[in-house]
Structure formats: structure tokens, C-alpha cells
Design a protein around this ligand. Structure first.
Ligand SMILES: [Zn+2]
Length: 379
């Protein structure tokens, strides 16, 4: 039987995940370790999400060395390869340690993101979610902030070069500014970037000021939103709804990319932000609506940062469920909670949601929105 002409691709959601991604692991003492990804996928399994209708798990395939050169320099790639053989020292000033196998692990993340793009662009799935991936601090010639190779920048290059995509919208809500991607395409008007992050005066990498709006004919296609420390859902919802739909509708992208780093969650140990699970679900739900309205449902979501394993597991399972139209149980499965205790030595949370409601940052974000409307959105 022929499919209906307007039938949506099956599956609805592809989870781009395989155990090889867990090799991207800087060790148990480092915030970016395998526990966060492992506990996330186990919660997805225990809640039934992985077996839900329309959900498929597809593993990454390691990228080739040549795939890196669309964004990275040969000198840097050689440097990482050599450091990987040595297996010690740092790939940057002190955040991103080399480990044996780091080169191949980084290639696997890149290969996963390339596959994510291929699956969406060839109509094999509506959405892809890749929780372990989204290394947005990677620069052409240097590693930075736990990021070796920039899988997202390479994915964007693939969209442009392999698929001829002319308009790409990139939204980044990781608490750290996505400097590798934003500056990697700073003078490229075909890439709209909207980056929410904790104000760079208080958090790594210190960039992403409001007035940074792009260069040359790309001015106006880079939107930076430095959220005040301790911002919670109220501020995020407000800024997101005032800025993102208007910017995306006027840009008319062919695909939407979301970096859904959950280190801006109130439970995260590395940042000062105070979002709850609701902010991530809000972003995903709104972007899904915009992808349906503007770009044939094409939406790729990456996990990126997030350093509290319970927060990663809960937020990313929630994000996956939102993309799959799957109803999660109110209480987290006991099996998973036991396993969490065994792996982390800490008591697991009971439920999926929580609220961080205190938010005295609202007047400041209102001012930022006013500036963006005047300088970017209504120009
Ligand atoms: Zn981050």
C-alpha cells in the first residue's frame, strides 16, 4: 500500500544514541562523564519511552578524519590525535583533559551529529534527539570547555554543503554561551543563532553580549541573550516567547537546531541559573510548533551541557517524551531510582518536575527584550 502523500515520516523521534557515545568521558571526577548519559538513557528505558510507538534508537557511526576539515584545522586535528596517543595533559588551558581514546570518542560524537542531519534531511524521521553531543565550545583550531571537535558546526556545514540548505536556525539554551558555533558562523547570514546563556560576566566563556549581532551582511542574524544569574522559568518563558518565534518566523529557516544543555537548571552545580524542567519543555514544544509551521517538521535537538546526573536524566527524558508525544509517569520508576543510588551514592529524586519560582531578574530581562526589539527584531 502506498503511504498517504502527506504522511509524516516514521519514526516520529529518533534517539541518536549508542554505548560508544559514552566513551566521550573525561573520568568520574570530571563533570562531563559517562554517568549523565547512561542514567538518562536508563530512565528513558525504564519509563517506557524507548519502546513507545514512533520512537527508534539509532547508534552513531564514527566520522572520518576528513569530515573534520570542514570546520577544524589540520594542525588542531593532528594535535588532538597526538594527545590521544599520549593520553595525558590538557587539550585546552585546563578544562578539557586528553585521555586515551579521546580522538575516536570525539569522532563518534561528530559522526552521530552527521547521522542526525542525514536522518532528518532524507525524511527518515521527523525529529532527532542526541542527548550525548552538542559540543558547542569547539573552535576551528582549539578545544575548549569540555568540547574537542564541534559536532554542531560540522553538522551545519553538512547541511550547507551536502544538502544545499540556505537558511538554518540554531537555538542554544545551554547556560554557557555557544561561542564555537556563534563565532564559527558570525559572518554567515544563512545561519540564525539565538543563544540564551548566563551573562558572560559571571560564567565561562565570558562572551555573548547583547550587542554582538553578527558581522558584515550577517548583522542581525546573531541574537545573544545574556540572562542574569538566578533567572528562572518566568524570565526564560518571557524572553523566549518575545524573541524566538518572531526571529524565526522572519528568518524562515529550512531546519531548526536546538542545543538543549540543562546546566541552566536550578539543580546544576556549575552555573547560577535557576530554570526548572519546564523551561526545557517549553523550548522544545514551541520549536516543534515552529518547525511544523515553517520547515516540514525538521528539528534536531542535542543535549550538550548538564552536570547533575538527576537533572540530565529528568530533563532529557522529558524532552524526548515531548518530541514523541509520550506521557511519562508522574513518579520516577523504582528500578531507576535504585540504580541511581548505586551509581551516584545519592538518593534519586522522586518526580520528574520541580519548581524554582523566585525570580527577581524579571525587570532586567524586560529591558533586554526592549533592546532586541528595537535593534534586531523590528529593523
Ligand atoms: Zn554548558
Amino acid at each position: 500500500m502506498q503511504p498517504e502523500p502527506d504522511a509524516k515520516p516514521t519514526p516520529q523521534l529518533t534517539l541518536l544514541y549508542g554505548p560508544t557515545l559514552l566513551a566521550y568521558d573525561f573520568g568520574p571526577e570530571h563533570p562531563f562523564n559517562a554517568t549523565r548519559g547512561r542514567l538518562t538513557v536508563e530512565l528513558m528505558r525504564e519509563t517506557g519511552l524507548l519502546d513507545a510507538p514512533g520512537v527508534k534508537v539509532v547508534p552513531p557511526v564514527e566520522a572520518d578524519r576528513d569530515d573534520l576539515f570542514v570546520f577544524h584545522t589540520k594542525e588542531f586535528v593532528d594535535f588532538v590525535q597526538n594527545a590521544c596517543v599520549k593520553g595525558y595533559g590538557y587539550l585546552d588551558g585546563g578544562d578539557t583533559p586528553a585521555f586515551e581514546g579521546c580522538y575516536d570518542a570525539a569522532l563518534t560524537v561528530v559522526g552521530g551529529s552527521m547521522r542526525a542531519i542525514d536522518l532528518v534531511m532524507t525524511g527518515q524521521t521527523r525529529y532527532v534527539f542526541m542527548p550525548v553531543g552538542g559540543l558547542h565550545h569547539g573552535h576551528p583550531s582549539r578545544a575548549s570547555g569540555f568540547c574537542i571537535f564541534n559536532d554542531i558546526a560540522i553538522a551545519i556545514k553538512r547541511l550547507q554543503q551536502q544538502y544545499g540548505v540556505k537558511r538554518i536556525a540554531y537555538i542554544d539554551m545551554d547556560a554557557h554561551h555557544g561561542d564555537g558555533v556563534v563565532y564559527g558562523f558570525y559572518d554567515d547570514p544563512s545561519v540564525l543563532t539565538i543563544d540564551f546563556h548566563e551573562d558572560g560576566r559571571y560564567l565561562f566563556p565570558g562572551t555573548g553580549e547583547l550587542h554582538e549581532t553578527g558581522r558584515g551582511n550577517a548583522v542581525g542574524t546573531k541574537i545573544n541573550i545574556p540572562m542574569p544569574p538566578f533567572s528562572s522559568d518566568q524570565s526564560f518563558f518571557y524572553v523566549f516567547d518575545e524573541v524566538v518565534p518572531a526571529a524565526i518566523r522572519s528568518f524562515k529557516p529550512e531546519i531548526i537546531l536546538l542545543v538543549c544543555g540543562v546546566d541552566g537548571h536550578g539543580g546544576d552545580p556549575l552555573t547560577d541559573m535557576n530554570y526548572s524542567t519546564a523551561s526545557y519543555l517549553h523550548a522544545v514544544t514551541r520549536l516543534r510548533e515552529l518547525a511544523a509551521e515553517l520547515c516540514q517538521d525538521r528539528l534536531v535537538v542535542w543535549g550538550a551541557g548538564g552536570y547533575d546526573p538527576a537533572t540530565c536524566a529528568r530533563c532529557w527524558t522529558g524532552v524526548g517524551a515531548a518530541l514523541a508525544d509520550y506521557n511519562l509517569p508522574d513518579f520516577l520508576p523504582e528500578n531507576w531510582r535504585q540504580h541511581f543510588l548505586k551509581m551516584t551514592g545519592e538518593e534519586a529524586p522522586v518526580g520528574l518536575h520541580e519548581n524554582y519560582t523566585s525570580d527577581n531578574t524579571f525587570p532586567r530581562v524586560e529591558k533586554m527584550v526592549g533592546w532586541l526589539k528595537m535593534k534586531v527584531l523590528e529593523v
